[in-house]
Design a protein around this ligand. Structure first.
Ligand code: AP5
Length: 222
């Protein structure tokens, strides 16, 4: 089963994708995480992407699409994938549809999480991420047991470079301008589901799994 989590920065895509991965036994593909790894390792792609990401703008389509499709074509995603952060433009969406169709696949569901900008800005500026395993925390809604340390692997927690208030505002504007047009495309094909991202993390997961239950029948879902 191929799924897409879509929505503005900070709405909970990464948080929920990790939970869907566990509940449905489908790998999670985050283009943001992949790009940050390239930036940290100073690969050619990372060097090309870094300035765009620092400004809160999208990385050019051709760079992101090649990186994402390479993963989607890999053996770990052969049975389906939870996409988080890709596609974000119509050009990327067309490339994804073509790639999936070439393998006899299609998006089973597009899960659109929503929340008001004030909520998103609070979440983004408060977010801390594990430098080891990538687990996501927030001092109010998801505090670690020991301050500054990951519950799962014990690594230190860090703030993402693009989680300043100024860059977060740019990212929200970029989402409205470049990613929201995708919703019309997915609404027309009947795969779009709207989910309120303001509830508690468990409530949002429950709503997502309820939507996915009919699709999970006959798939590898637990
Ligand atoms: P990316 O890493 O994908 O960032 P994003 O889309 O801006 O989304 P975030 O990761 O910020 O938020 P999220 O929705 O995953 O929220 P989270 O679960 O962490 O992309 C980064 C950059 O990479 C882009 O700006 C761009 O430059 C580039 N890029 C990536 N993909 C690209 C593409 N396809 N094309 C071009 N460029 C691309 O939660 C946020 C916080 O809220 C956490 O602290 C969490 O604990 C908390 N929280 C989550 N859910 C809840 C809840 N229900 N209640 C309370 N708190 C909650």
């Amino acid at each position: 089963m191929d799924l897409l989590l879509i929505g503005p920065p900070g709405v909970g895509k990464g948080t929920q994708a990790a939970r869907l991965r566990q509940a449905l036994n489908i790998p999670h593909l985050s283009t943001g995480d992949l790009l940050r790894r390239h930036v940290a390792e100073r690969t050619r792609l990372g060097v090309a992407a870094a300035a765009h990401m620092r400004r809160g703008e999208l990385v050019p389509d051709e760079l992101v699409t090649a990186m994402a499709l390479d993963q989607i074509h890999g053996p770990s995603c052969a049975g389906g994938v939870v996409l988080d952060g890709f596609p974000r433009t119509l050009t990327q969406a067309e490339a994804l549809d073509t790639a999936l169709a070439g393998q006899g696949r299609r998006l089973a569901a597009v899960l659109h999480l929503t929340a008001p900008d004030q909520v998103l800005l609070r979440r983004l500026t408060g977010r801390r991420t594990c430098g080891g395993c990538g687990a996501i925390y927030h001092p109010v809604t998801r505090p670690p047991r020991a301050p500054g340390l990951c519950d799962s692997c014990g690594h230190g927690l860090v703030q993402r470079a693009d989680d300043t208030a100024e860059t977060a505002r740019t990212r929200l504007a970029v989402h409205t301008r470049q990613t929201q047009p995708l919703l019309t495309r997915y609404r027309l094909t009947g795969v779009l589901h709207e989910i309120d991202g303001c509830g508690g993390v468990d409530d949002v997961t429950g709503n997502l799994l309820a939507i996915l239950a009919p699709h999970a029948v006959g798939s590898s879902a637990a």
